[in-house]
Design a binder for this molecule. Structure first.
Ligand SMILES: CC(=O)Nc1ccn([C@@H]2O[C@H](CO)[C@@H](O)[C@H]2O)c(=O)n1
Length: 105
């Protein structure tokens, strides 16, 4: 038996992930190592509390200035909010990675 690869999300996104409203996350290069098809064990960033497993569907490089409404929709937020959020989490980072995922039961 192998350990699942961990990933954390801010706990305020837990409900959106569990309802299927949020189906991508945008990360910097330090979290671009996930492999298509691999199962990730998802915990909250704040308390390191497990809340689901997800399967990686794709990992795609995307520039900050190329983010679109399509990304925002898959984040279940407005594009304006998404951009301000990313600037808070990853100040000055232009090269992002879109990780598309599927919630596992
Ligand atoms: C330690 C650390 O970086 N944790 C992160 C980073 C990002 N995100 C979310 O991904 C999307 C785009 O960044 C937005 O929904 C972010 O809030 C997250 O939940 N947790």
């Amino acid at each position: 038996m192998s350990e699942l690869t961990p990933i954390s999300f801010f706990s305020r996104f837990e409900d959106d992930i569990l309802s299927g409203a949020k189906t991508i996350t945008l990360r910097d290069e330090s979290e671009s190592h996930f492999k298509v098809g691999e199962t990730l064990s998802v915990s909250t960033f704040e308390e390191d509390r497990w809340f689901c497993n997800i399967k990686v569907l794709s990992v795609t490089k995307v520039a900050f200035h190329h983010l679109t409404e399509d990304h925002a929709e898959q984040e279940n937020m407005s594009l304006e909010f998404l951009k301000s959020l990313i600037q808070e989490v990853y100040p000055g980072v232009e090269e992002l990675f879109e990780i598309k995922f599927q919630l596992l039961n």
